[in-house]
Write a protein that binds this ligand. Structure first.
Ligand SMILES: NC(=O)c1ccc[n+]([C@@H]2O[C@H](COP(=O)([O-])OP(=O)(O)OC[C@H]3O[C@@H](n4cnc5c(N)ncnc54)[C@H](O)[C@@H]3O)[C@@H](O)[C@H]2O)c1
Ligand SMILES: N[C@H](CO)Cc1c[nH]c[nH+]1
Ligand SMILES: [Zn+2]
Length: 434
């Protein structure tokens, strides 16, 4: 199932041997582009047709009525409600601390630059719901958006045949718990298209377009987000889940196996990777993974994920090489289980989030650590962050110089305008003193 790749003694190009799925975003663009075009040109009826095709149900309407949201919360299992309350509390505390402060700088006399943080006005939050149910992703999207001060939040999640064509009731209950009233029963690439282009009919706007789309999803969702980037902003490409465990010979094989299987159950395309300098540990992990995978509830998905090209146990010459591999891979989640986790963590540049020690499994971060579980995948952790409060803010500079302030630098502006052969720039300054 999980294959051992022994790289010891081999002089390899690390980037070339990294385990990655065959079906990535580039390979999926051809499938997703026509769906987006169908939504752009066909509006509401196209969205309903696509739900029928991909979710096997035509929802009663795009928007979920208020009473359906209210009823979902009323009927929510109290144990799940307690868990959601606990998650919301921790997530709010963590995300409140991320709010950046404004700065005011006077770089000279009679000169002031204010750097302020302005929330995006309207955002579309995607909550997955194809193979599993993700109320936790409601919280992970909504809490940072609310802390940032976003005025309009809209959620979209796939319609469910067993629930009358509405998104799963636990997702609706989580939305209601957080006070989000605008919820749509649309999934996949079509939901991304709906948010990006908006929907109009003869009587006017049905769904206003958003400025930013955030949230996780499968390969179709992540691909659609890449495709609409530029029309709208996106948080990051947060596609099929990845876990990499960086471990030395001191690590417990049973816990590593449990964590690899835990993330493999998300999706056939999920990636579970171990990188270690201990062949003996790798062999023990592989055998424990096999035992667990054989009896786990979603064994078909798990087996496909572990057998796919994206999953592997990599054995390398040294822990230095293991760190190099981890940085080159840029995992969504990187667990570190070594004799000195903090020291290894200091050497990690590229990872969506880092989980240290035996008591910090990724599934804790998925649900209740307080950290955000919407994280970049496919190597995007090299340049993107996990979802956070600043994902919903823009830095905006407000500039004010007075007459004295401008006169101090007028000569420099003239000199640079001449040097760039843009004399009208200099003349605009000179005009103030004529
Ligand atoms: N990176 C992160 O932060 C993060 C967090 C949570 C979950 N995830 C990932 O989210 C994903 C959830 O996936 P899911 O499938 O359960 O739900 P989903 O809501 O992401 O996807 C379901 C939608 O996919 C579309 N779809 C399915 N098959 C299709 C096809 N052949 N062609 C076009 N569209 C198709 C359908 O429209 C359906 O509504 C998993 O991959 C999981 O690993 C990632
Ligand atoms: N592991 C996922 C992030 O890739 C998040 C999640 C939600 N529910 C369970 N897990
Ligand atoms: Zn998970």
């Amino acid at each position: 199932m999980l294959t051992l790749t022994d790289l010891r003694g081999r002089d390899v190009d690390i980037a070339a041997i990294l385990p990655r799925a065959d079906q990535d975003i580039s390979a999926t663009l051809d499938t997703v582009a026509p769906l987006l075009e169908q939504v752009r040109t066909g509006g509401e009826s196209a969205l309903l047709d696509l739900s029928e095709k991909y979710d096997a149900v035509r929802p009663p309407s795009l928007r979920v009525p208020a009473q359906v949201l209210e009823q979902a919360l009323e009927q929510l299992d109290p144990v799940v409600r307690d868990a959601l309350d606990a998650l919301i509390l921790r997530a709010r505390e963590v995300h409140n601390a991320q709010l950046p402060a404004a700065s005011v700088v006077s770089p000279g006399p009679d000169a002031k630059i204010t750097n302020r943080w302005v929330p995006v006005q309207r955002v579309g939050l995607y909550v997955p719901g194809g193979q599993a149910v993700y109320p936790s992703s409601v919280v992970m999207n909504v809490v940072p958006a609310q802390v940032a001060g976003v005025a309009q939040l809209a959620i979209s999640s796939p319609p469910q045949k067993e629930h009358g064509g509405w998104p799963h009731p636990t997702i609706l209950a989580a939305a209601q718990l957080l006070g989000v009233e605008e919820v749509y029963a649309v999934g996949g690439a079509q939901a991304v298209g709906m948010f990006a282009y908006g929907v109009r009919d003869d009587s006017g706007v049905v769904v206003p377009p958003v400025s930013l789309i955030t949230g996780p999803g499968n390969i179709y969702v992540a691909t659609a987000k890449r495709a609409v980037q530029g029309i709208v902003g996106i948080d990051a490409e947060a596609g099929p889940t990845e876990i990499m465990v960086l471990a030395d010979s001191t690590a417990p094989a049973n816990l590593i196996a449990a964590d690899l299987v835990s993330q493999a159950e998300h999706d056939e395309l999920a990636a579970a990777v171990l990188v270690t300098d201990s062949a003996e540990l790798a062999e023990r992990v592989i055998s424990q993974v096999e035992e667990r995978a054989a009896i786990t509830r979603h064994l078909d998905r798990v087996k496909q994920s572990l057998a796919g090209r994206q999953s592997a146990a990599l054995v390398v010459d040294s822990m230095d090489t293991a760190v190099e591999v981890a940085n080159e891979y840029g995992a969504e989640h990187l667990e570190i289980m070594t004799e000195d986790d903090a020291a290894y963590a200091d050497r990690i540049h590229n990872a969506g989030a880092v989980f240290l020690g035996h008591y910090t499994p990724v599934s804790l971060g998925d649900y209740c650590a307080g950290s955000n579980h919407v994280l970049p995948t496919g190597g995007a952790a090299r340049y993107s962050s996990g979802l956070n409060v600043t994902s919903f803010l823009r830095s905006q500079q407000v500039v004010r110089y007075g007459r004295d302030g401008l006169s101090q630098v007028a000569g420099h502006v003239q000199a640079l305008a001449q040097a760039e052969d843009l004399p009208a720039h200099g003349e605009a300054v000179a005009a103030r003193f004529q």
